[in-house]
Design a protein around this ligand. Structure first.
Ligand SMILES: CC(C)(COP(=O)(O)OP(=O)(O)OC[C@H]1O[C@@H](n2cnc3c(N)ncnc32)[C@H](O)[C@@H]1OP(=O)(O)O)[C@@H](O)C(=O)NCCC(=O)NCCS
Length: 148
């Protein structure tokens, strides 16, 4: 079972225009994975140079707030496919408005490796405990090529 957030908050967030949730369901309409996204602004003073150089404050970005795959469907590439969809959406948003990066706060340090193998970078590379990661829009095509 996926967590309570989807059941209780995804609809509320959508109705209030505060987050959009993308869902993958099986043939019986049972949800197997979801991703929640919202526009955000990154505090320029806390951002690494790659994000802050030449950017306004806050730096426009897309927040991947939640990503979850049902354990029974783990390691099938579903998390990667859903993330690839969010990354492609960020590229479109950047064309229509402006979005310099996709940012994510990972659940714990053991999940960090999963994001790093998709190309995400920690905000503070020297801190192994940091949970805030980013991927520049300009890096997304390379990640999408690797995930196809
Ligand atoms: C993280 C999560 C989204 C991955 O979903 P998934 O559909 O199982 O992932 P995929 O099938 O796309 O990718 C699995 C691959 O990543 C690898 N992998 C898994 N965890 C990893 C880690 N910490 N570091 C590096 N690679 C990792 C697996 O070995 C597998 O590699 P393979 O394809 O070569 O066998 C899922 O495990 C999940 O819902 N976790 C709980 C919630 C969470 O951590 N969300 C992210 C923070 S918001």
């Amino acid at each position: 079972m996926l967590d309570e957030w989807l059941r209780h908050y995804a609809g509320q967030n959508r109705r209030r225009d505060t987050a959009a949730t993308w869902v993958i369901a099986d043939r019986n309409d049972v949800v197997v994975a979801y991703a929640s996204v919202a526009m955000t602004g990154i505090d320029r003073s806390a951002a690494p140079d790659a994000l802050s150089t030449g950017a306004p404050d806050p730096v426009p970005a897309l927040l991947l707030g939640r990503l979850a795959v049902d354990r029974r469907h783990a390691n099938l590439g579903i998390g990667t496919a859903l993330t690839a969809h969010v990354l492609a959406t960020a590229v479109e948003l950047n064309e229509k408005a402006a979005c310099r990066a996709v940012v994510v706060t990972v659940l714990n340090t053991s999940a960090r490796g999963w994001w790093e193998q998709l190309g995400f970078h920690p905000f503070e590379p020297d801190d192994p405990d940091v949970l805030d990661l980013y991927l520049l829009i300009s890096e997304i095509q390379a990640t999408l090529r690797r995930t196809q």
